[in-house]
Design a protein around this ligand. Structure first.
Ligand code: MN
Length: 413
């Protein structure tokens, strides 16, 4: 099922890079930018040029080298920020200046020490200045979800009149709930007179683990740009994870009929590259890209997987670039998986030997958690006195060739 096209705005190199202890060298940022192009993101937010000389140089290098995606840079509503962003972006044929200002009373009074009227004027002036450098200007109302709605609607209309083409409404502190953010986007879109002239964008943080759910709710309410990061990295608990948003729209295209330009087979390589360059691992049970996302240990699950993958798998690992699903031999494994692994190692066991090997595997797993091929070889050798080929064959599920419809998986785009 196809539907509306979503714009994927990747901010791995800007918001992601703001994650504590996460800074990247220019050459590393460039590597990630090339990978993001292969992944098929529409927009690469390359950095915040006024933040440092190195950030400005990195944005300029990416703007010089990467062709295809729009290259974006962040700027506060200050002339020097906007001019710096414009300089860094100037080599890019497709460039976006992304200006932002906080709009909630809390941020205006306590952080910026600014009145609403001054905020409104600064936003309009900044958008007009940015438009002198590019037609593609995005405005973000920082802390939008905690902003007084009347003021938010007013400032959004004002920046549209000033020339903004994309309006991003961040849940900066990850405070919203999905029902709330849906009502919030519907409210803005229905109350801002010129809302039909711009694209609305969601930028959700994961402080309550709701970033992806909130992003999907915003899409349902009319947002058509998603701001996200590889592995969900970003400030504090991070941003909406690109891979989760994209795969939700593919696997559940029946509920979320939205197309993206993402080449999903590049998802896992992108995740791996980012982890390697930052030294930050991905949590084992992270959806889509975690080490265990396609691993099955429970005996009942392994038995089901060996009979028909659809029993415990809603998407194929190959679809997101993960080589193959793994059946982990551990204390929850069943005879079927042990038998399959032995066969893959080149040995067929009779029923009685299999029983003994199986008990050996469970006893070993009780002590060591996971049973490697070498461990299994030792157990089989002990139980039947025959040497197994010394292979490092992984216990994998053979690929099967079926169409998405036969598999019963929802398949987007
Ligand atoms: Mn953010």
């Amino acid at each position: 099922m196809s539907g509306d096209r979503l714009t994927i705005f990747d901010t791995t190199l800007r918001d992601g890079e703001q994650a504590p202890g996460f800074s990247l060298r220019i050459d590393e940022k460039l590597k990630i930018a090339y990978q993001l192009r292969s992944l098929g993101v529409d927009i690469i937010e390359a950095g915040f040029p006024i933040a440092s000389e190195a950030d400005a140089e990195a944005v300029r290098m990416i703007a010089t080298s990467i062709r295809g995606p729009v290259i974006a840079a962040l700027a506060r509503c200050h002339p020097q920020d906007i001019e710096r962003a414009a300089w860094a972006l100037s080599p890019a044929p497709r460039r976006r200046i992304h200006v932002f200002i906080a709009t909630s009373d809390l941020h205006l009074e306590r952080k910026l020490r600014m009145t609403r009227e001054a905020c409104l004027r600064a936003a309009m002036t900044a958008v007009r200045l940015a438009r002198q450098f590019t037609d593609d200007v995005q405005f973000s109302a920082e802390d939008a979800t905690r902003t007084d709605p009347d003021f938010l609607w007013r400032i959004v209309e004002a920046v549209i009149q000033s020339g903004a083409k994309t309006i991003n409404l961040p849940d900066t502190v990850g405070y919203s709930t999905p029902d709330e953010i849906a009502a919030f986007f519907r409210g803005v879109i229905s109350r801002v007179p010129s809302s039909d002239q711009v694209t609305f964008s969601a930028h959700c943080h994961d402080d309550l683990g709701l970033a992806v759910a909130n992003t999907l709710a915003a899409i349902g309410a009319g947002a058509r740009q998603v701001e996200c990061t590889v592995n969900g990295v970003g400030e504090r608990a991070g941003n909406a994870s690109l891979e989760e948003v994209v795969m939700a729209t593919r696997v559940r295209a029946d509920r979320l009929p939205f197309a993206t330009g993402i080449n999903t087979r590049e998802i896992f390589p992108s995740s791996q590259l980012l982890s390697a360059l930052t030294g930050e691992g991905v949590q084992a049970n992270k959806a889509i890209v975690g080490r265990n996302a396609f691993a099955h240990e429970a005996g009942i699950h392994q038995d089901g997987m060996l009979k028909d993958r659809r029993t415990y798998e809603i998407m194929r690992p190959e679809e997101v670039g993960v080589p193959q699903a793994t059946l982990v031999l551990g204390k929850h494994s069943g005879r079927h998986a042990v038998q399959r692994r032995c066969e893959q190692l080149g040995f067929t066991l009779d029923r009685q030997t299999l029983d003994r090997v199986y008990r050996g595997v469970i006893a070993h797993a009780d002590r060591e958690k996971v049973v490697s091929d070498a461990d299994l070889a030792k157990i089989v050798t002990r139980e039947c006195g025959i040497e197994l080929p010394a292979a490092g064959v992984a216990a994998t599920v053979p690929d099967f060739h079926a169409t998405p419809a036969e598999r019963g998986y929802g398949h987007g785009v």
